[in-house]
Design a binder for this molecule. Structure first.
Ligand code: SF4
Length: 454
């Protein structure tokens, strides 16, 4: 499948002055990764990275179409940038909104967008910028590719402990509430050997943890290699302390993957398993490919094969036509599974999705709000209980910050299950792993005391 919408190429000449670019990133981690890709592409074409939008000749907004009122937020931001800029400024839109709202963005004269690039067109950005600079006409490319994985580009990583690494792009599932298959195209995966090389380079650059990214990360498939093969290959990279991944689909957790995760120390015992809803009729309407019972069976297998597994999930309440009785099925699953953590949202219609076209958003706002409040309340108690189970245990934590914003004497790290752990900083170093004893818990974080290393 390929949707081609591309401007005419105009005469090109070499630009001598070094222009500076600044990118604001909205939405998911894939966008954070893509911003690093774009910066890497532009640096190779002699652009400088500006530290703020005020220092930049070109500002790009790497957008997301998932959150409510995402468009309005971007339109307001473009307006503010135009008003506050003291010099001529080129403004470009990247990401999901570029594909989803191309016509709107181009035709809205008051908005003043100069160029647009969809998620598969970032290599075209130097040309798009040159075109608009030379002709003064808006330029755009929102082609959705069947092949582009940016495998040949090493992103401009920030320094830190964790590096995000996209292993696949796109999605073939067409959940009715989701716009991703339309804005980011079909699934395609990177060569595993190329991924391993990137991980080796990240480790030699000082990163201790990688988080493998994909819209549907565990559907990874490249020739004979599946996600379990890739996890094994990545886990074998010397010096890599922790491997995580997000965001998976419940349909792609084979037994062999769970076994490998349990066997290998650096594959973290943490699984995000997006439930979305607990009722079979609602799940079918969402076009999720499992029933309530199948989901619960999967969780039983996960807990059996990874005994200390930490589970998290995503839930949407108030999907069109969801009844009070059907919502109780969601509560039932949440109570039975006991997730450590849950991201819970009220349904809100996303433009250009199947749900928006076919199902009127018919659950009153106050009903959605009440369901969400009830679920949050239930989950808060479950989370507290799950976090309290750590008290008294000795765990390894990877230090992410040597002191927190609130307390300069406390360091912040994460344990294997990705829970935040606060510990008095007694010479703890960012990026190092230390054993600590957990002494306290809230529904969102653990408190610990340092213990002597063996
Ligand atoms: S699997 Fe995820 S990315 Fe794909 S359509 Fe469903 S919700 Fe969207």
């Amino acid at each position: 499948m390929s949707v081609i919408t591309k401007n005419t190429i105009t005469k090109r000449t070499t630009t001598k002055a070094k222009k500076s670019v600044f990118i604001e990133t909205y939405g998911c981690q894939m966008n954070v990764y893509d911003t690093q890709l774009v910066l890497s592409i532009l640096q190779k074409h002699d652009y400088k990275i500006a530290l703020t939008e005020k220092d930049a000749d070109i500002v790009m907004l790497n957008t997301c179409s998932v959150r409510d009122k995402a468009n309005q937020r971007i339109y307001n931001r473009v307006h503010t940038l135009r008003q506050e800029s003291k010099h001529p400024l080129l403004i470009g839109i990247l990401g999901c909104m570029a594909t989803n709202f191309k016509t709107d963005l181009l035709e809205n004269k008051r908005l003043g967008i100069d160029f647009i690039a969809g998620p598969d067109s970032y290599k075209e950005l130097p040309n798009l910028i040159k075109d608009v600079t030379e002709t003064g006409e808006k330029s755009y490319d929102v082609t959705l590719s069947e092949f582009e994985t940016y495998s040949d580009i090493y992103p401009t990583h920030q320094s830190g402990v964790n590096a995000w690494l996209a292993i696949m792009r796109g999605c073939n599932n067409f959940c009715t509430f989701c716009v991703v298959p339309y804005t980011r195209g079909r699934e395609r995966s990177r060569d595993p050997h190329n991924i391993v090389k990137e991980v080796q380079r990240l480790v030699s650059d000082g990163f201790k943890q990688v988080t493998l990214l994909g819209q549907n990360v565990n559907s990874y498939k490249f020739e004979q290699y599946d996600f379990t093969d890739l996890m094994t290959m990545v886990s074998d990279v010397p010096g890599l302390k922790r491997v995580r991944f997000t965001s998976p689909h419940p349909k792609d957790f084979p037994t062999k993957l769970l076994k490998v995760m349990n066997e290998r120390d650096n594959l973290c015992n943490q699984l995000h398993v997006p439930l979305q809803a607990g009722n079979d009729r609602v799940l079918k309407k969402m076009n999720r490919s499992y029933t309530k019972q199948e989901f619960l069976d999967l969780i039983v297998e996960m807990k059996a094969l990874i005994p200390d597994v930490s589970l998290s999930t995503d839930v949407i309440v108030g999907f069109p036509t969801e009844t009070d009785e059907e919502f109780k099925d969601t509560i039932d699953v949440m109570k039975k599974v006991e997730f450590d953590h849950a991201f819970m949202f009220k349904y809100s219609e996303r433009p250009n999705t199947r749900a928006a076209a076919k199902f009127p958003d018919d659950i009153p706002e106050e009903v959605k709000a009440a369901r969400l409040a009830e679920l949050i309340d239930i989950q808060k108690n479950i989370s507290l209980n799950r976090y309290q189970r750590h008290i008294g245990t000795i765990e390894d934590i990877l230090i992410e910050e040597e002191f927190t914003k609130k307390n300069k004497d406390m360091a912040m790290g994460r344990n294997d299950s990705n829970k935040i752990v606060l510990v008095p900083n007694n010479n703890l170093k960012k990026g190092e792993i230390y054993p600590v004893k957990i002494v306290g818990a809230s529904p969102h974080a653990l408190r610990a005391e340092q213990v002597a290393s063996c």
